[in-house]
Design a protein around this ligand. Structure first.
Ligand SMILES: Nc1ncnc2c1ncn2[C@@H]1O[C@H](COP(=O)(O)OP(=O)(O)OP(=O)(O)O)[C@@H](O)[C@H]1O
Ligand SMILES: [Mg+2]
Length: 219
C-alpha cells in the first residue's frame, strides 16, 4: 500500500534520508522512531508529496508519486489523514469550520457537513466545543480537533507526526487511543514519535531511523 524503494533525500548539503526502503501493508500500525533529525518527518512529507525525493521510488495506493503531476497531488492528499504536532488549524475559524473545510475539500455536499462534524466531535470528546475558536482550547483539545479533521473524511491512511508532543501522559494516552481506534477500523496508521511510552502503549511495527538510515525494522 505504501512503499519506499531506495529513497534518498538531500536538502542542499544535508542528507535527510539515505537509501530508505520499506513496504507497509494495508491495515498495519507502524511507528517511525529514532532521534531528533533522524528523518521521520521527512518521510511523512515525502509521502504527502510536499517535495520530491532526490532519488528513489515512492508508491502510495499503487501509484508512483515521486513524479506525480501537480494536478494529481490534491487527490493523493485526500487519501491521507495527516495529523501534525503544530495542528495546522486555522485560528480565525471555529472548531466546526476547521473540520468542515476538510469535508468541503473532499467535495462532500454542504447539507451533510453538520452531521459529520457533530459525529466526529463526539467521537473525539469535544461535542460542546464546536463553536469555539482554536485560541480558546487547550493543547490536548487542539490535538483532538486535528484528529477529528483528519478522520472526518474517512481516509485509508492516517499519519500522525509526534501526536503526543508536549501533552501530559493521561492526555497523550487518550489521543493515542483515538489513533489506535482508526487502526482498529482497518486504517493504515503511521506514527512518528520518539516517545518510548507511546511505543509501549500498543504493539506495532517499528521502523527505526538513525541519521537518515533505517537501522531496524521489526516487520
Ligand atoms: N526543508 C528542509 N530544509 C533543510 N533541511 C531539512 C529540511 N527538512 C528537514 N531537514 C533536515 O533533514 C534532517 C531530518 O529532519 P526531520 O525533520 O525529518 O527529522 P525528524 O526525525 O522528524 O526529527 P524530530 O524528531 O526532531 O522531529 C534534519 O537534519 C533536518 O535539519
Ligand atoms: Mg519530526
Amino acid at each position: 500500500m505504501l512503499k519506499f524503494s531506495d529513497v534518498n533525500m538531500s536538502f542542499g548539503s544535508v542528507t535527510a534520508l539515505k537509501d530508505v526502503s520499506f513496504d507497509i501493508d494495508k491495515g498495519e500500525l507502524v511507528y517511525l522512531t529514532g532521534p531528533s533529525g533522524a528523518g521521520k518527518t521527512t518521510i511523512l512529507r515525502l509521502l504527502l508529496r510536499e517535495f520530491k525525493p532526490t532519488s528513489g521510488k515512492i508508491i502510495v495506493n499503487g501509484q508512483e508519486i515521486q513524479d506525480l503531476r501537480r494536478k494529481d497531488i490534491p487527490g493523493l492528499r485526500r487519501s491521507i489523514g495527516a495529523i501534525f504536532q503544530d495542528y495546522k488549524l486555522l485560528f480565525d475559524r471555529t472548531v466546526a469550520e476547521n473540520i468542515a473545510i476538510a469535508l468541503a475539500v473532499k467535495g462532500v455536499p454542504e447539507n451533510e457537513w453538520f452531521d459529520h462534524v457533530h459525529d466526529v466531535l463526539k467521537m473525539v470528546g469535544l461535542p460542546k466545543q464546536s463553536e469555539l475558536f482554536p485560541s480558546q482550547l487547550s493543547g490536548g483539545e487542539l490535538q483532538r480537533v486535528a484528529i477529528a479533521r483528519a478522520l472526518v473524511v474517512n481516509p485509508k491512511i492516517i499519519f500522525a507526526d509526534e501526536p503526543t508532543g508536549n501533552l501530559d501522559w493521561e492526555t497523550a494516552s487518550s489521543i493515542m487511543d483515538l489513533i489506535y481506534g482508526a487502526n482498529d477500523h482497518g486504517r493504515t496508521v503511521i506514527v512518528a514519535t520518539h516517545h518510548p511510552d507511546v511505543l509501549k502503549r500498543r504493539k506495532g511495527r517499528k521502523i527505526e531511523l538513525k541519521k537518515g538510515k533505517v537501522v531496524a525494522d521489526t516487520k
